[in-house]
Design a binder for this molecule. Structure first.
Ligand SMILES: Cc1cc2nc3c(=O)[nH]c(=O)nc-3n(C[C@H](O)[C@H](O)[C@H](O)COP(=O)(O)OP(=O)(O)OC[C@H]3O[C@@H](n4cnc5c(N)ncnc54)[C@H](O)[C@@H]3O)c2cc1C
Ligand code: SF4
Length: 513
């Protein structure tokens, strides 16, 4: 049958204006976009996340219409909206007599399976095409690591640099090294001022009212007259440019720094724009390299390499991990952790200053930077033995950029080591030492960072030793951790007992810390 009436589905994180689908209008094609309860309700989301996604989808729909594409947009409160993808697609195919259906490959396993199942039941022909966003295909990663025990990011990253000829000098890395981490990752020392984050003032009051009226369950704060996140491509570009102007020159240096003086330091805050595909990763990398080439006097190679590593390395690598390990990854729990997530993850009401700061800004802005996610909230959940399902649920809900393909490998594998070390060679855990080294939190805390037990002892300290002690069978032989066990075993047994007793007390009273 001739495909002369085609329905094409665009999901909320597929806002790639430069996709070949959208290059010129086609009379045979109608696009459909939908705001559905299926997506607002699969996890409890931060309110800014729901609103930002819908606002960006609406702006994208407007853009397509302005370019003369035919488009059906189903708002959440449309009485004809069936609130599921399958419900809406089946209704439209029938009512509007489409004779072909097409979709862009979803990045989430859940939706991938759902669409694969759905198309098999459709009364029309169908096809699925690539989103033209990532720099690797789902399968590439599996092929690259075929037969290897561990998926090492460093080897993947080097191969990506070569393949895309990024920061290369022939077949050698520019600057003579692949990695400049030793020069990076300093505590914030006030040497240069922290740039003011570029914020938008999008008026999303109507959208916010709609989701409230519809009874969508959300959490977190919002000022609906002034949504700070970019909701269209020109805002996304403006955010990127602000970072290139103000953030890039210190990006690597303070990448792991944390301070109460700023919630975003020198970070780009472009993850929402990237994950919705308003920005393309190569466009970001190329723009950053152009800036560096023009300003080599002020931007050192370690800054640009550090930034490129995040996008070309970590982001693509995490996506590869996701597709290589799904659906297994979603159930992994190597340490058999069972504790519930403490209540303060939802309120920031805790005496631990580091946790209060990281959770507080997550609730306020739907954002925390990487090291806060990894070494504060993630570290604490792992030390406290929280069930990875609950950790995942929180991370998937709270962040503006949280989509499962990137949230899950970062949370379950990297941060909770629930994969037993396929991704990270050792668990990312620390006592107060690391947090104090990288932040000013401990100075303002009710707890004493130096005490492992006793009055006001920092909970991270005793929980840290408790973690290694309780998992010694699983970790002791790991060559990267051996040193930690030697230190632990050298401690006076009475001191060990006091530390473990303190940890037990804290674990029994997790909600009161
Ligand atoms: C427990 C945990 C959960 C996370 N959940 C998410 C998530 O749901 N969505 C998400 O996009 N990122 C997630 N990350 C990765 C990272 O923290 C965020 O991408 C980053 O904080 C976004 O802020 P930014 O744009 O200011 O990043 P910058 O620090 O400015 O980095 C630039 C870009 O690099 C990419 N990037 C950096 N690190 C990573 C990484 N580890 N994985 C993937 N991309 C990376 C992002 O696209 C980011 O926008 C998580 C990390 C941890 C430890
Ligand atoms: S003392 Fe402990 S709880 Fe307080 S900020 Fe430092 S690491 Fe966090």
């Amino acid at each position: 049958m001739a495909k002369d009436k085609i329905l094409r589905l665009i999901l909320g994180d597929q806002l790639n204006e430069n996709h070949s689908w959208f290059q010129k209008p086609d009379k045979a094609v109608t696009y459909v976009m939908m705001e559905i309860r299926q997506e607002t309700d699969y996890v409890k989301h931060h309110v800014q996340k729901v609103v930002a996604f819908f606002a960006a989808m609406r702006a994208f729909a407007e853009k397509l219409r302005a370019k003369d594409h035919a488009l059906i947009y189903l708002p959440l409160d449309d009485p004809n909206n069936q609130q599921t993808i399958a419900g809406n697609i089946n209704r439209l195919l029938k009512e509007k007599h489409f004779n072909h259906f097409a979709y862009l490959l979803p990045d989430e396993y859940r939706l991938d399976i759902e669409l694969q199942k759905m198309v098999k039941t459709l009364p029309v022909s169908w096809d699925a095409v690539d989103t033209e966003h990532f720099l690797t295909r789902r399968q590439d990663f599996k092929d690259f690591f075929d037969g290897k025990k561990r998926y090492l990011m460093e080897s993947f990253y080097r191969q990506m640099r070569k393949k895309h000829d990024i920061l290369m000098d022939g077949d050698k890395p520019l600057g003579g090294r692949w990695n400049f981490d030793v020069e990076n990752r300093r505590r914030y020392d006030g040497r240069v001022p922290i740039p003011k984050p570029k914020l938008f003032h999008n008026d999303v009051r109507k959208l916010h009212q709609m989701i409230e009226k519809g009874g969508v369950k959300t959490f977190g704060d919002i000022d609906p007259g002034h949504l700070i996140w970019p909701v269209n491509r020109s805002q996304a570009r403006a955010l990127l440019n602000a970072f290139l102007k103000d953030g890039l020159k210190e990006f690597g240096t303070y990448q792991d720094a944390m301070t109460t003086q700023s919630w975003s330091l020198f970070h780009a805050r472009i993850s929402f724009a990237l994950n919705t595909k308003m920005l393309h990763p190569l466009e970001v990398i190329e723009a950053a390299i152009r800036t560096w080439e023009k300003e080599k006097r002020t931007i050192k190679i370690q800054q640009i390499e550090g930034f490129v590593r995040q996008i070309l390395g970590w982001r693509e690598y995490m996506r590869g991990i996701y597709w290589a390990l799904m659906p297994r990854l979603g159930c992994m729990n190597y340490f058999n952790h069972r504790a519930p997530l403490p209540d303060y993850y939802w309120t920031a009401d805790t005496k631990m200053q580091c946790m209060r700061a990281a959770i507080g800004q997550s609730l306020e802005h739907a954002y925390a930077h990487h090291i806060q996610r990894l070494m504060v909230t993630g570290n604490f959940a792992l030390l406290a033995g929280v069930h990875p399902d609950q950790v995942d649920e929180w991370y998937l809900g709270v962040y503006i950029d949280a989509i499962q393909w990137v949230e899950l490998p970062n949370t379950r594998a990297m941060s909770q080591w629930a994969d037993g070390g396929l991704v990270a060679t050792k668990p990312y855990v620390s006592s107060a030492n690391y947090i104090n080294k990288m932040s000013d939190y401990c100075r303002q805390c009710a707890y004493d960072r130096q005490r492992p037990h006793g009055e006001a002892a920092c909970p991270f300290n005793s929980l840290f030793w408790n973690f290694f002690n309780r998992h010694h069978q699983k970790l002791e032989k790991n060559p990267r951790i051996g040193m930690m066990y030697r230190t632990w075993y050298r401690k006076d047994p009475k001191e060990q007992k006091r530390i473990l007793k303190q940890a037990e007390t804290y674990k029994k009273n997790l909600n009161r810390l």
